[in-house]
Ligand binder design. Structure first.
Ligand code: NAG
Length: 359
């Protein structure tokens, strides 16, 4: 176990010896760091990302996406357990999966409590490129279950931020419009940083990393295939809810299918259930006064009062197939698709309540 004292002592020792180049201690570092730290990003030749920090950004469904500023919440309480980065306060750990990019073959690095494969790191001593002082880096070892190697990179995203991604070993593809910049992740012990609610590490990585991923939305995988729509000869694949005062306005994309940023199409409230139906969703959103309700991935219900123009529901007949997953609580109903939302709007108290016309 590498504790905070060890790191701090090593850093101080390194500082004392350091001039331009530090002295690397010979003893290997453990892959556990139970004391809290921040993660700093370094690439001295890329000032737009150099020395910035990994922030957490609420992404819906309990996931936290990873950004460097200005997006996200600064985070001081990461720990490392068996090479996996945890945040106990938010009950999440760093994983890789989803949003595979066809252009540069990178995949999203994000954080979740679900069973996605871990990002595995090994703490390693190195010298800070600016100061020459000793630092502890998180060397990327592998995406769990994938070949060893590859590296973590950051790619320009919305609002001037960068998102974290995984670049596979041997990959030379570059997206010229948004290059994924290779970065070093550095452990900064957070002595005297903002206080946190938990001071001990209680997470066992073996149990969480071996669990099976439940069906989820945008971030779990990009390779899943939608269930084939059963023939609905003449019957539209959406569930009519006008009798309950909600009209179907179409099948709307989540972030995976857009380039406008990492946010949910409806971000007000979320209910997940293995007995999800459109009635249950509309009752949930309606009871809380939301103007829009949407079902997704069989078992999720999202509520909100607006959606971005870039997330307009589609109204072509063909688009209905994207929202043809059967509801977990009623196989006669449709509850969205893989990062597609069956989107409903609350009808005015008086006046017509009509579904969109699909052409
Ligand atoms: C900085 O980023 C560039 C572009 O990804 C990469 O070629 C270079 O190796 C990186 N430098 C370091 C020190 O990671």
């Amino acid at each position: 176990m590498l504790n905070l004292k060890t790191i701090s002592a090593a850093l101080v020792a390194g500082a004392a010896f350091a001039s331009a180049q530090c002295t690397i201690p010979t003893e290997p570092l453990s892959d556990d760091i139970p004391s809290h730290f921040r993660i700093q990003v370094q690439n001295a030749s890329r000032p737009e990302v150099h020395n910035k920090y990994m922030n957490l950004f609420e992404a819906g469904g309990g996931d936290q996406h990873l950004f460097i500023g200005p997006v996200g919440e600064p985070t001081y309480d990461f720990t490392l357990v068996d090479g996996v980065v945890f945040n106990v306060r938010k009950n999440i750990r760093l994983v890789i999966g989803g949003e595979w990019s066809e252009i540069d073959h990178t995949t999203k690095l994000f954080s979740t409590s679900r069973g996605d494969p871990d990002a595995i790191f090994q703490p390693t001593y190195a010298c800070n490129p600016d100061t020459g002082l000793l630092q502890v880096e998180l060397r990327f070892i592998q995406w769990e279950g994938e070949p060893l190697g590859g590296h973590i990179c950051v790619r320009h995203s919305f609002d001037g931020s960068h998102e974290f991604r995984y670049n596979p070993p041997g990959n030379t593809l570059i997206d010229v419009n948004r290059e994924c910049i290779k970065v070093t992740l550095v452990v900064l012990p957070t002595v005297g940083g903002p206080s946190t609610t938990l001071s001990t590490v209680t997470v066992s990585s073996t149990s969480s990393s071996s669990s099976v991923a439940p069906p989820t939305t945008s971030t779990s995988t990009t390779t899943s295939t939608a269930p084939t729509s059963t023939s609905t000869s003449g019957v539209l694949p959406y569930t009519d809810m006008t009798h309950l005062g909600w009209r179907y306005i179409g099948c709307a994309p989540e972030e995976r299918w857009t380039t406008d940023g990492a946010f949910r199409t409806l971000s007000g409230a979320l209910l997940g259930s293995d007995t999800m139906t459109n009635e249950a969703c509309m009752a949930f959103c309606g009871a809380n006064g939301w103007a829009y309700a949407g079902t997704e991935w069989r078992r999720e219900c999202w509520c909100g009062n607006s959606y971005a123009p870039t997330r307009q529901p589609l109204t072509t007949l063909a688009s209905l197939n994207k929202c043809d997953y059967r509801c977990s609580g009623n196989s006669a109903q449709f509850c969205g698709g893989d990062a597609w939302l069956s989107l409903y709007a609350k009808c005015p108290a008086s006046g017509p309540c009509e579904n969109a016309v699909f052409t």
